[in-house]
Design a protein. Structure first.
Length: 104
């Protein structure tokens, strides 16, 4: 399984800002190794963030997203001490879910 995501969530004036750094190789399937063999495609396809069981962000990624993707989004609501959960799934069926506590 991949390394944990780095997630920072802060709430201010009724809006929560979430910053995510996902650890993933994000291979396009077009790159070749030193022997000239194509490196198989391996990339995140879906990202979802949830707050109190409600989906607050959903995204579809593809081959063109860079290695270790960074994502920032905001949603209405959220308070210090509550949790935000972020999960992703890649084209090989691997997945990861991490959560962060919202700071003030």
């Amino acid at each position: 399984m991949a390394n944990p995501m780095k997630i920072r969530a802060t709430a201010k004036e009724g809006v929560t800002e979430v910053k995510i750094l996902m650890q993933h190789e994000m291979e396009t399937g077009l790159r070749k190794d030193a022997d000239g063999t194509l490196i198989p495609a391996w990339f995140i396809t879906e990202v979802k963030a949830q707050y109190q069981g409600r989906t607050v962000m959903e995204a579809q990624f593809g081959q063109s997203v860079s290695k270790n993707p960074y994502l920032l989004f905001r949603f209405k609501g959220g308070a210090a001490g509550e949790k935000v959960s972020v999960s992703w799934v890649d084209n090989k069926g691997e997945s990861r879910t991490d959560e962060a506590t919202i700071a003030a």
